[in-house]
Design a binder for this molecule. Structure first.
Ligand SMILES: [Zn+2]
Length: 272
C-alpha cells in the first residue's frame, strides 16, 4: 500500500502537470466501490472545474478545484495516477479518465478497486482531516506530542506508529523499517518505552521518511510513479519482506511475526 513517501512522490510529480488545468471531461469506466457518488453526479460536479492546487495529508491526495470543491483520493492497495498522452482505449484496470486538454490525460488505475475518491466542501474536508494525527514531518510530531500518544494506549509501538489518528501516513513497510533503525522491538508496549527510546523513534521516523521521499518511495509490489517508473527506497530496506535473510547489522536471521493481521519484520538480536 502506498504510504506517505509514495503519496508525496505522486503529488510532487503530478503537480506541474495538473495545476492550472481544466478538467474538460471525465470518463468513468468503473465507479463502485471507488466513488460513493453516483457517476452522473460526480461528472457533473467535477467537469469544467480548474485544478488550482494538489496537496497531501497523510495518505490522501487532495485536488483543490475551482469553483471551490475538493477531490479527496485514497489509493489504498493498488490505486495509482498515471499521466498519459492521448489514448484510444482504456487499459484493463483504468477506472477513471480525466481529460485535461491538449490530449493530456490523467488516468486513475486500480487493479483491486479499493481506492476511494470523494468530493468535499471546505467544511467537510476539514472535519474529515481533523480526525487524522500529526504529520510525521511536521513540527507537531515532537517529543511531547509523542509522549501523550504513547502514554494513552496499551498497544505495541508498531500499532501506534500505524495508527492514523496518532501519526498519519506511516504504514506497514515504514513501521518495520523505523523500528529496526531505532533498535526497538515491535512488540514493546508504547507506554513502557523510556524517553530516550521515544526520542530515538521520532528522529528515525523523520529520517527514514525524508530519505524515502528523496528516493521517490518504495516499490515492492504495486507502487508506480506517474510515469509508471518505480521508486528506489526498496533498495535500502533492511528488514521489510526479508524474513530468513541475514540482518545487515548482525547477520542473525530476520524474523516475521503477525501483529493486528499485518506482517512485522524485525531482527531479534538488534531490536530490544
Ligand atoms: Zn541484527
Amino acid at each position: 500500500m502506498p504510504e506517505l513517501p509514495e503519496v508525496e512522490t505522486l503529488v510532487r510529480e503530478l503537480k506541474p502537470h495538473v495545476i492550472g488545468k481544466t478538467i474538460h471531461k471525465v470518463i468513468i469506466y468503473r465507479s463502485l466501490p471507488i466513488l460513493p457518488l453516483k457517476p452522473g453526479k460526480f461528472i457533473q460536479s467535477v467537469e469544467s472545474k480548474i485544478i488550482v492546487d494538489l496537496t497531501r495529508r497523510a495518505k490522501y491526495l487532495i485536488f483543490h478545484l475551482k469553483p471551490e470543491l475538493y477531490l479527496l483520493t485514497h489509493l489504498r492497495m493498488t490505486g495509482k495516477f498515471l499521466l498519459k498522452n492521448h489514448l484510444k482505449l482504456p487499459g484493463k484496470y483504468h477506472r477513471l479518465w480525466f481529460h485535461l486538454g491538449k490530449q493530456k490525460l490523467l488516468v486513475f488505475e486500480d487493479v483491486r478497486c479499493l481506492g476511494k475518491m470523494e468530493l468535499a466542501t471546505k467544511v467537510t474536508i476539514s472535519q474529515k482531516l481533523s480526525r487524522l494525527g500529526a504529520e510525521p514531518l511536521s513540527k507537531k510530531l515532537n517529543i511531547s506530542y509523542f509522549h501523550k500518544r504513547c502514554n494513552e494506549t496499551i498497544r505495541p509501538i508498531k500499532a501506534v506508529l500505524m495508527d492514523q489518528s496518532k501519526i498519519a501516513g506511516i504504514g506497514n513497510i515504514y513501521a518495520s523499517e523505523i523500528l529496526f533503525k531505532a533498535g526497538i522491538h515491535p512488540e514493546r508496549q508504547a507506554k513502557f518505552l523510556n524517553p530516550l527510546e521515544r526520542k530515538q523513534i521520532i528522529q528515525t521516523i523523520k529520517l527514514i521518511l525524508k530519505k524515502a521521499i528523496q528516493l521517490q518511495g518504495t516499490t515492492v509490489s504495486d507502487f508506480r510513479r506517474v510515469d509508471d517508473k518505480s521508486g528506489r527506497f526498496q533498495n535500502f530496506l533492511n528488514v521489510y519482506g526479508k524474513v530468513g535473510q541475514p540482518c545487515p547489522k548482525c547477520a542473525q536471521l530476520i524474523q516475521r511475526i503477525v501483529q493486528y493481521q499485518r506482517s512485522t519484520f524485525f531482527c531479534p538480536h538488534c531490536q530490544h
